[in-house]
Design a binder for this molecule. Structure first.
Ligand code: ADE
Length: 239
């Protein structure tokens, strides 16, 4: 998979992709993440990419010319399955969406900034708009990093234990059950007996029951009408 990210603040994305799982995924050649500085596509001396909004009002707007130049330059090199705009008014990111996007070959992500992007970019270049939640960030970069992380960790071979992404919260429409590690007794706070029993069937049943209870208590909406489960499973061969 290849993920291209267009931003006015490329340095902001250095850290998320330089550590831990996301770095290892790139080092193993499982994903290529390429960050593009939108200012490289400006044609003026100041390298500006924004201007005042027509009709007035506070805040600058990302202009269509540098954005279109950048997108068209990238599209001339490969076909993108989706061109995504990160925005608080997009579709809210879900596990199902991450699963679906993890099956794609090439993704192009545009990070919003300032007051937003010229509406014609959204109309003519963007295939999908994604929000990471009902709150407003100062730009789309951190949201793009969240989206990329949610996708990359699902790619086959990225996680050491292949099954661990499948047992994440939300993958089966349930929150994950509690987990414990050594010591079995800390200040009298004991690990549930069943987990020490070595009885796989009983442990599995206990985990499932805990997941159901936790979901009922914390996210009853996940059981509601039309509740979304994890959707397409990651690592399937669908494309
Ligand atoms: N840009 C600003 N806020 C955002 C959000 N909540 N999700 C995605 N992109 C954003």
């Amino acid at each position: 998979m290849r993920i291209d990210i267009i931003t006015v603040l490329p340095r902001l994305l250095d850290s998320p992709f330089s550590h831990s799982i996301l770095k290892r995924a790139q080092d193993k050649g499982l994903v290529e993440v390429v960050v593009h500085d939108l200012r490289d596509y400006s044609t003026n001396k100041q390298k500006s990419v924004d201007d005042y909004a027509y009709g007035g009002g506070a805040g600058m707007v990302l202009q269509i010319e540098p954005v279109s130049r950048c997108i068209e330059h990238l599209r001339a090199q490969r076909t993108y399955n989706e061109t995504i705009y990160m925005s608080p008014d997009g579709e809210t990111l879900s596990q199902g969406m991450a699963n679906e996007l993890s099956l794609k070959q090439n993704l192009l992500i545009l990070c919003g900034h300032y007051k937003g992007v010229d509406e014609r970019v959204r109309q003519h270049f963007i295939s999908r708009e994604i929000s990471i939640g009902d709150y407003v960030l100062s730009g789309g970069e951190l949201a793009a990093a969240v989206l990329a992380d949610s996708i990359i960790r699902l790619l086959p071979g990225v996680l050491n234990d292949e099954t661990s992404a499948l047992s994440d919260s939300f993958q089966d429409g349930l929150l994950a059950p509690p987990v414990y590690s050594r010591p079995a007794d800390f200040r009298g706070w004991k690990v549930p007996e069943v987990l020490l029993s070595g009885h796989e069937g009983k442990i599995e049943a206990w985990r499932h029951q805990q997941a159901v209870e936790r979901t009922q208590q914390r996210r009853p909406d996940l059981f509601g009408e039309g509740a979304e489960s994890g959707g397409t499973k990651p690592g399937s061969t669908e494309s």
